[in-house]
Write a protein that binds this ligand. Structure first.
Ligand code: FES
Length: 169
């Protein structure tokens, strides 16, 4: 989003107004902003604070507590590795470690080329197919560390193909 321009600021204020009578206005406001822009940087939190009267500290606390919200732009492909109990005992940690090693990013970070974000998730309700990994909504069941290479390669290949076809990323 960079520096907040007038149009973006107006839209943030409109989102705040839209939810002012909701039971949990802050969650609704932040969800809408996250969906609209993909992240919620500090300058946006300041506008939300002005509109709602909620302190920036409190808003920051909410944004950083829930993994759904993000302070920085997410990558084109968001890899969520479940580290809930069932996934953890079946090797979820080794899986996320492998993604981390391969992409040179820690959980919560985005690769320099902006392609991949790696997130550690709590139980996503797919314990029967643990360890589970989601990538932009696609769920990969019973993932092993040795499959990680192949999964990443699939997305890199798709990117290559798009580049060759001249489709902007
Ligand atoms: S613990 Fe991973 S899906 Fe439930």
């Amino acid at each position: 989003m960079g520096k907040l321009n007038e149009a973006a600021e107006r839209q943030i204020r409109e989102i705040c107004q839209r939810h002012k009578d909701d039971n949990t206005p802050l969650m609704m406001i932040l969800s809408d902003i996250q969906n609209e822009y993909g992240y919620i940087p500090l300058e946006v939190q300041e506008v939300v604070s002005q509109e709602t009267g909620i302190s920036v500290a409190e808003i920051y606390g909410v944004v950083t507590f829930y993994s759904f919200f993000s302070l920085t732009p997410k990558g084109k492909y968001v890899i969520g590795c479940c580290l809930g109990t069932a996934c953890y005992v079946k090797g979820g940690q080794q899986v996320i470690d492998k993604f981390s090693e391969l992409l040179h990013i820690e959980p919560g970070q985005t690769s320099e080329d902006g392609l991949f974000t790696l997130d550690a998730l709590r139980c996503i309700g797919a314990c029967g197919i643990a360890p589970a990994v989601t990538i932009n909504g696609t769920v990969y069941p019973k993932v092993t560390a040795s499959q990680v290479n192949e999964i990443v390669a699939k997305y890199l290949l798709a990117e290559e193909k798009l580049k060759k076809e001249g489709v902007p990323a």
